[in-house]
Ligand binder design. Structure first.
Ligand code: ADP
Ligand code: MG
Length: 364
């Protein structure tokens, strides 16, 4: 048996060795860029990756493995995840990995930056409203069915609103611990984790020699470099009321782009649409914006700021985006008006007759 094992081992090395030599030779012979495209299901969404480089398939494989790792890591519904452990710990200090701790620190900074429009402690209200995916037939009619179908009582909203306060989250960086100081407080990084995942996937692709590529995590995108002819990537901004058409085209290079919209996860009650992004100052679903798109240097910023702009509405949302360097955005309000930040310039092209520029934008 031993001998046979050794023989098989030697053969495997030989075959592997041959394959290695073959790949070495192949890559030496053809140093030019190749393109690979791949579709995966991870992070709770359909993930599309395009990569151009010397070994794009392998690079995509590494990026997808990283997305899978992050999916497990930040799943608050998995009782073994770090986030779930933090939520189960009452007001005790909970030791966390430096990665999760670092992300919580960033979340708290972004919460302060947005004046609390983005608040990672909104979770008890998300649960109360039932903005949680369900497979049940009783769920809402939105493309992703939600458990909630009726608004909760005002009194209940008021009660849980007391737990929504990111300033009560304590971080002890030195000993790697976090504490949710208000008993009953819960945390969820759902509004930023896809942005972080896009950043990580982009980092991995770049490290693997991918100079041009596109990562699409279903609404959270990262564009690496430009297209092969040197022109910018063209991203369609979805029509918020018609999934088969677009509002316009956004041209980007080396940027992250995220959209928060009211068309994927919501329920309708007595003719009113209640969507899954809540205003932490009222505990009510944000109103007035159908979609908020943010262009930023990182996916985290794009993801968090698109959620925050959605909550803040057109005036305050645009003001926040204008105040931040290297951040641009497009806000589409419920009157089908397009509002863009002044720095976006010609990077956005309106391509639909159903929408019109808001007067302030200075377009005809
Ligand atoms: P999506 O996940 O639909 O792409 P977002 O990035 O905007 O959109 O994140 C929405 C998720 O974030 C919600 O499902 C909810 O769990 C959480 N959330 C809702 N409102 C807020 C808020 N004001 N601040 C932080 N997180 C929020
Ligand atoms: Mg977001």
């Amino acid at each position: 048996m031993r001998k046979r094992g050794a023989l098989i081992g030697a053969l495997a090395v030989l075959i592997l060795g041959t394959a290695y030599w073959f790949f070495m030779n192949q890559s030496e012979a053809t140093m030019e860029e190749r393109r690979a495209e791949s579709v995966a299901f991870t992070m709770g969404t359909i993930v599309n990756i395009i990569a151009e480089g010397e070994a794009p398939e392998a690079a995509i494989g590494h990026a997808v493995a990283e997305l899978e790792r992050l999916t497990d890591m930040f799943d608050r519904f998995d009782p073994d995840s770090e986030i779930a452990r933090l939520n189960q710990s009452g007001d005790e200090w909970t030791p966390l990995s430096s990665e999760v701790l670092g992300l919580i620190e960033q979340a708290l900074e972004m919460a302060a930056l947005t004046g609390g429009a983005f608040d990672p402690t909104i979770t008890p209200l998300i649960e109360l409203w039932g903005f949680v995916e369900t497979d049940s037939d009783e769920g809402s009619d939105s493309p992703t069915p939600m458990r909630g179908v009726v608004p909760p009582a005002t009194e209940e909203i008021k009660n849980l609103l007391k737990l929504v306060d990111y300033t009560a989250v304590q971080v002890d960086t030195d000993s790697g611990r976090v504490r949710l100081a208000l008993p009953g407080q819960q945390m969820d990084l759902g509004a930023m984790v896809k942005g972080y995942a896009a950043d990580r996937a982009a980092e991995i692709l770049k490290a693997q020699g991918v100079g041009r590529g596109l990562i699409d995590l279903g609404g959270d995108l990262y564009a690496i470099g430009s297209r092969v002819d040197g022109s910018p990537w063209r991203l369609g901004i979805r029509h918020p009321r018609d999934s088969s058409s677009i509002v316009g085209i956004l041209y980007v290079e080396d940027k992250a782009v995220a959209t928060s919209g009211d068309y994927e996860r919501y329920f309708e009650y007595e003719g009113v649409r209640f969507t899954h992004i809540l205003d932490p100052s009222t505990g009510m679903p944000a109103q007035g914006v159908m979609s908020a798109t943010v262009v930023a240097p990182t996916g985290i910023e794009a993801d968090v700021l698109s959620t925050a702009a959605f909550v803040l509405g057109v005036d305050r949302g645009l003001a926040l985006l204008e105040s931040l360097p290297d951040i641009e955005g497009i806000l589409i309000d419920t009157d089908y008006r397009i509002n863009i930040t002044s720095g976006l310039g010609d990077s956005f092209e309106l391509r639909s007759d159903s929408f019109h520029w808001a007067e302030e934008a200075g377009h005809e």
